[in-house]
Design a protein around this ligand. Structure first.
Ligand SMILES: Nc1ccn([C@@H]2O[C@H](COP(=O)(O)O)[C@@H](O)[C@H]2O)c(=O)n1
Ligand code: CDI
Length: 160
């Protein structure tokens, strides 16, 4: 049996934070604001995974009212989500994601991000794809006020 899930997340940019996207620290004058490290891409992936197995959303598993998750490493949060997915007997078919950002330029970091996500999900590099697009200077992304990310995951049931 196959299950599909999609995730979407947005975080605001400000000057006093690190810019961590897909678990990779990206040199940029601004960083993302959140209760956790605000890794918008890993949050979209986590939402896609919990969505695929009918387990709600990331906020259900890691409430932003819980101080445990203050400045949390989103890689660790995604590992926890992935354990739930595996526990339900699923394996990853493939994951496709898009980072929607006017800046920073993502291309130099895409390989490192794919490697990091493949490590967290314990899959091969070629099962993970990460893309980037601008919004052609329009809207909150175009004004560099925030960054959005989307993810779509395909899971296959291996245990019944
Ligand atoms: N933050 C970004 C946004 C885009 N890219 C790369 O540039 C290409 C063209 O972007 P458009 O928004 O003009 O379609 C895109 O395909 C990406 O390869 C990027 O690296 N970082
Ligand atoms: C990750 C969590 C928990 O620290 O907080 P944020 O970093 O604010 O991220 P968000 O995508 O708004 O929602 C999920 C959260 O509850």
């Amino acid at each position: 049996m196959f299950r599909i899930g999609q995730g979407f997340d947005v975080h605001q940019l400000c000057y006093d934070r690190h810019c961590v996207i897909g678990g990779v620290m990206i040199p940029y004058e601004k960083g993302l604001i959140g209760h956790s490290d605000a890794d918008v891409l890993l949050h979209a992936i986590a939402d896609a995974c919990v969505g695929a197995v009918g387990e709600g959303d990331i906020g259900k598993h890691f409430p932003d009212t819980d101080s445990t998750f203050k400045d949390a490493d989103s890689g660790v949060l995604l590992m926890h989500i992935w354990k739930i997915v595996k526990g339900k007997g699923y394996r990853l078919g493939n994951l496709d994601c898009t980072v929607i950002a006017e800046k920073p330029k993502m291309t130099p970091y895409i390989t490192a991000i794919r490697e990091n996500i493949a490590r967290i999900l314990e899959v091969n590099f070629d099962q993970i794809n990460v893309k980037a697009t601008t919004t052609e200077k329009m809207g909150f992304v175009g004004r560099k006020e925030g960054i959005a990310a989307q993810a779509i995951v395909l899971l296959q049931k291996t245990q019944y």
